[in-house]
Every structure is written in C-alpha cells, then in structure tokens.
Design a binder for this molecule. Sequence first.
Ligand SMILES: Cc1ncc(COP(=O)(O)O)c(C=O)c1O
Length: 401
Amino acid sequence: MKKHQFHQETEAVRGGASLAKKNGPLSTPIYQTSTFEVTDMQEQVRATPTDRFYTRYGNPTSTAAENAIAELEGTDATLLFSSGMAAITTSILSLVKAGDHIVAQRDIYGGVIKFLSRWLPKLGIETTFVDTNDIEQHERAILPNTKILYIESPTNPTVRVVDLEKIAALAHKRGLISAIDSTFATPINCRPAEWGIDLVLHSGTKYFGGHSDLICGIATGRRDLIEQIHHGRTTLGGCIDPHAAFLLLRGIKTLAVRVERQNDNAMRIAEFLRRHPKVTRVHYPMLKEHPDYAIAKKQMAGAGGVVSFEVEGTGADACRVAEALNLFTLAPSLGGVDSLVTIPVLTSHYLIDPAVLKKMGVTEQMIRLSVGVEHVEDLIADLDKGLAVLSGARKEAAVAD
Ligand SMILES: Cc1ncc(COP(=O)(O)O)c(C=O)c1O
C-alpha cells in the first residue's frame, strides 16, 4: 500500500498529470494513434517496453489514467482494459495455469461466474464457490493447488460487504493472491489495498467513467502481478482505446464529488424506502439493520449509489413499480450520474438457478436502483409515485423527509 500525497478529491482532479509541467495542455491530449514513429532501430528497441511503441502495449493517454487510478487506490501500478470483463478475465488468465484452483465467493458478477465455471475448466482450472461472508468456508475450500481467492464487495444486488482484512489475512496465511472486484465501492468509499488485498479490479464502465458513455476495465495492485497481467493484456489484446482512456480520465476528475453525492442520495433513499409500507426489505449497508453494517462502517467511507429493495406482492408488481418510474431510467448498469432502475432476476441474474438465487437472497420482488446525482427530493418523489401503483394511491406518505 502506498502513502497518499494529497486528499482523494485532489488526487481525483490532479491525478495522472505532472504537477511540474509548464506550458503544456491542462487536459491530457488524446494520443489517437495505433503506433509510434521512431528515428532508428535502436530507438525502436528502447521504445518497445514503453507506452510509445504500439497502443496494444501502452499509450500515453492510457498511462495518464492508469497513474491517476494507482494514486487513488494507493496501489503500485494500474492497467486499463477494453471492458471490466476484459480486465477480470485477462488478469485471472495471466495469474493461473492448468491444474490451478480458485476459491471464489458466490455473490460475484454473473459474467465472472460464467468465466470461472464454464470457461476455465476447459483449460484445466477449477473453481470452488463459497458463501460470501463465511470465512471458515473460504478456508475449508482452499486446496494445495489453490492460487487465487476471488471476492467482490459490495456485491450485486444485495450489497453485501466482505471483511477485507480477514480475506487478506487468510490469503496471505495460505500463500494465495487475493483479488477483489471493487466496482461497487470505488476508491472514494474503500481502498482494498489498504486492507492488504493484492489485486483490485473494476468495471470502469460504472463509477469511474461515471456518465454511461464508455466501456472499460481496470486492474490495479502489486507491481509483480500487474507486470504479469501486462503480458496477458498484450497477448490477449483487450487494451483500452485512447479516446475511451481520455473519457475515463475526464470522469475521474469528478469521481470524488459524484460518489459523495451518490452516497448521500442513496442513504436518503434507503431511509425513505425502509419506512414505506409497500416495501418489505431494503438492502443498503449503511442502514443499521443490514447484516454487514459493522463491516461497512469499518472499511467504507460511504456505501455508494446502489440500493436494492423488495416490494410487497409478486415479481409482476416489482416490474410495475420499476416501469412507473420516470427519473429512474429502466436500464442495466450502475454508477453513472443518471439514476437507473432494473429488476435483477430479469437482467444481471436472468436464468440463474432458483436455488442459487435463494442462497444469494435475490428475489423476484427485488428492484435495484443505481442512484445518480439528481436532487434527492425529486428522486424520492418519483419513487413514491412509482410505489403508489401497488396501492392505488398513498396520499399520507411524506414525499421527502
Ligand atoms: C460488479 C461488476 N463487475 C464487472 C462487470 C463487467 O464490467 P463490463 O460491463 O465493463 O465488462 C460488471 C458489469 O455490470 C459489474 O457490475
């Protein structure tokens, strides 16, 4: 873990830019090029390991964003990818070989579950899935050939928070690489490297980009791991495009203010929902009744913009509520400035075995909100109106509190 030179808000705005530079552009230029010219072959050889050789290997615009993220996460180095899935699959493939084993928590992104359970076995790499907050079960699942302990925190859509200190201690005790998908947290709310986690992964598509206008992925962490993953990225080819890296860098400048606002808005919305008579359960880690409240308080500055809740009635009723909202747009994804709403069993958790859904605590009546940066009273009024479809009308309810 590295020491921070500035506060997070400052690092977000100034990260990646050299503070010493003079007469240069304030905004990082987009090096929209696939290749870089050299004057002679000696220089060509010198350029090969740098970010001025060929953009699949590296690119100065990507480097600026990578440096900014390493500063924010307090990690040694960062690599950017064409998507969150490219970051996760390339990282895992770079760190394992045939015959290795992975222990992964059950509540992880569906695409990663598919990769671990359907793709890696073709290469002779098996995964054991364990209950998210059962550390003893994690320990029991570790085999002599286990290489990676893979977790996600907070999780989707039940927003469970994993105790990072315990996971890191277990991984170090058993000589494993600890890897986390920290997409839902962002470094503004939690920096896993500070708790001893070796490799931090993100779908940069979400909070980092922040405007639902780019797809990208992030791997950041210990230098030796990032070096191995860099070989994987150049071979597998999932590098970020320079223009996307520029958009990402622009998004990062406002990451701290956006996430702080999303934390506040989501907390107010969670409190509103918890008092609503048609809502049976609210999932938000900063609510005292959430099973991981104490862990969230210990390791997170805020719980982010995702709030899930369950309504009285059936799955069809949950759909009616979601469809009645106007300010929350019906769309998958999360973390951007625009508030979104989705039904997990019909999107991120579609076609997952009902027994597995039950274990995850994902129900048909569950609605997932990604709370944006709009005025919270407008968002609460929209939810109040949407929930009114369950009772015809709910005139006595306060619109905002
Ligand atoms: C937690 C999490 N991890 C990874 C991904 C995959 O990211 P991407 O869509 O950028 O490939 C997602 C996408 O929704 C996600 O929610």
